[in-house]
Design a binder for this molecule. Structure first.
Ligand code: TYM
Length: 334
C-alpha cells in the first residue's frame, strides 16, 4: 500500500476490542513505507445522538488513545474528521453514486436501527458513504480495521468502482481491508456469541481502556468460560467460543500465535489461565491508560495536534476533491 487510512468513532469509551483490533496495529505501520492517516470520526459519531460537551471530551479521549497507543504526530497525520470539510463534501458526491439498496443491506445499519428504522437519522443510513469519503478523499489504498468493518469496506469498493464506471475514469483506487491477527473480533466477556462493544449495557462484558488493574482482573476472573482444561491447539476450541476468545486476547496482547499460547497452557484450567491473562492485560494496558491521562491533562495540546493534522489532511484531500468535481462536471470558476 502507499497510503493507509483508519478511523475510530468518539462515541463512548474505547474498549480492548478497539485496541487489539485496530489501535494497537496503527502505530506498527509507521515507518514501513506507506503514509499513515488516522482520524477521530466525529461526524460519524453524531449519526446517533451525542451530548455536545461529552462529544468534545470523547473526541479528545479518542485522540489521546491514538497517541498513547504510539501514533506519532510527526510520522502520521492525526486529526478529527469535522475539521476537514472534504470528508462531508465528498460524502455528498458519493451519496449520488451509492444506491439506497446498498445502504439498507448493511448489517450495522440493521442492528442500530432495529425495528424502528423510520425514526433513525438519515445520517445513520448514509454512514457508509461518509466512510468511503474518509478513505477515498486521500486515495488511501489500505485500511486496517476489525472484522466488523469488512462489509463497510466492501461498500467503499463498490462506490469507487461505480464512480469510475459511471464517469468512465480510473480515478478512485481499489481499497484493501487489512483485517489481521488473532483479535480481529474480540468477543464480549459475558457472551462468546456477541462482539465486545462500547455500547453493551453490561460494563462487565468489556474491558475499557480506562479500567485500572483491579477492574481488569475482576472482569477477567468473572468472564464466562467452561470447566474443561485447555487443549494443545486452537482446533480443540472449535465449540468453545468463550475459551477461544480469551486465548485470542492473550495471543494478541502477547504478540504470539494462539497455538503458541495453548502449547504453554495445555492441560491447565481457567483457574490458572485467567490470572495469567489478567496480569498480562493489566501490564500491557496500564502504561497506555497512564499515557492517556497524561495527554488528557493538556486538552489544548491535543487540540493543537488535531488542528495541525487537519491542515496536513486538508492539503492532501483538496486536490482530490477538486478533481472529483471536475470529473463530475461541476463548475469551479474561482
Ligand atoms: P468503531 O469506532 O466502531 O471501531 C474502531 C475500530 O475498532 C474495531 N473494533 C474491534 N475490533 C476487534 N474486536 C472488537 N470487538 C472491536 N470493536 C471495534 C473496529 O473494527 C474499528 O476498526 N465505521 C468505523 C469508523 C470509521 C472508519 C472509517 C474506519 C469511519 N470511517 C474509515 C476505517 C476507515 C467504526 O465505527 O469503528
Amino acid at each position: 500500500p502507499t497510503r493507509i487510512f483508519s478511523g475510530i468513532q468518539p462515541s463512548g469509551g474505547l474498549t480492548l476490542g478497539n485496541y487489539l483490533g485496530a489501535l494497537k496495529r496503527f502505530a506498527a505501520f509507521q515507518g514501513t513505507g506507506p503514509q499513515t492517516i488516522y482520524c477521530v470520526v466525529d461526524l460519524h459519531a453524531i449519526t446517533v445522538w451525542q451530548d455536545p460537551a461529552r462529544l468534545t471530551q470523547q473526541t479528545r479521549e479518542a485522540a489521546a488513545a491514538f497517541l498513547a497507543a504510539g501514533v506519532d504526530p510527526a510520522r502520521s497525520i492525526l486529526f478529527n474528521q469535522s475539521q476537514v470539510p472534504a470528508h462531508a463534501e465528498l460524502a455528498w458526491l458519493f451519496n449520488t453514486v451509492a444506491r439506497l439498496g446498498w445502504m439498507y443491506r448493511m448489517t450495522q445499519f440493521k442492528d442500530k436501527s432495529g425495528k424502528n428504522s423510520e425514526n433513525v437519522s438519515l445520517g445513520l443510513l448514509a454512514y457508509p458513504s461518509l466512510m468511503a469519503a474518509d478513505i477515498l478523499a486521500y486515495h488511501a489504498d489500505a485500511v486496517p480495521v476489525g472484522d466488523d468493518q469488512k462489509q463497510h469496506l466492501e461498500l467503499t469498493r463498490d462506490i469507487a468502482a461505480k464512480f469510475n464506471h459511471d464517469y468512465g475514469v480510473d480515478f478512485f483506487p481499489e481499497v484493501q481491508p487489512l483485517i489481521e491477527g488473532p483479535a480481529t473480533r474480540v468477543m464480549s466477556l459475558r457472551d462468546g456469541a456477541k462482539k465486545m462493544s462500547k455500547s453493551d449495557p453490561s460494563d462487565a462484558s468489556r474491558i475499557n481502556l480506562t479500567d485500572d488493574a483491579d477492574a481488569i482482573s475482576q472482569k477477567i476472573r468473572k468472564a464466562r468460560t467452561d470447566a474443561e482444561p485447555l487443549p494443545g491447539s486452537m482446533d480443540g476450541l472449535k465449540d468453545r467460543p468463550e475459551a477461544r476468545n480469551l486465548v485470542n486476547i492473550y495471543a494478541a496482547l502477547a504478540d504470539e500465535g494462539p497455538d503458541a499460547v495453548l502449547a504453554r497452557f495445555e492441560g491447565q484450567g481457567f483457574g490458572a489461565f485467567k490470572p495469567a491473562l489478567a496480569d498480562l492485560a493489566a501490564a500491557t494496558l496500564s502504561p497506555i491508560t497512564a499515557r492517556m491521562s497524561e495527554y488528557m491533562a493538556d486538552p489544548a495540546e491535543i487540540d493543537r495536534i488535531l488542528g495541525e493534522g487537519a491542515d496536513r489532511a486538508d492539503a492532501l484531500a483538496q486536490p482530490i476533491l477538486a478533481r472529483t468535481k471536475e470529473i463530475m462536471g461541476l463548475i469551479r470558476s474561482r
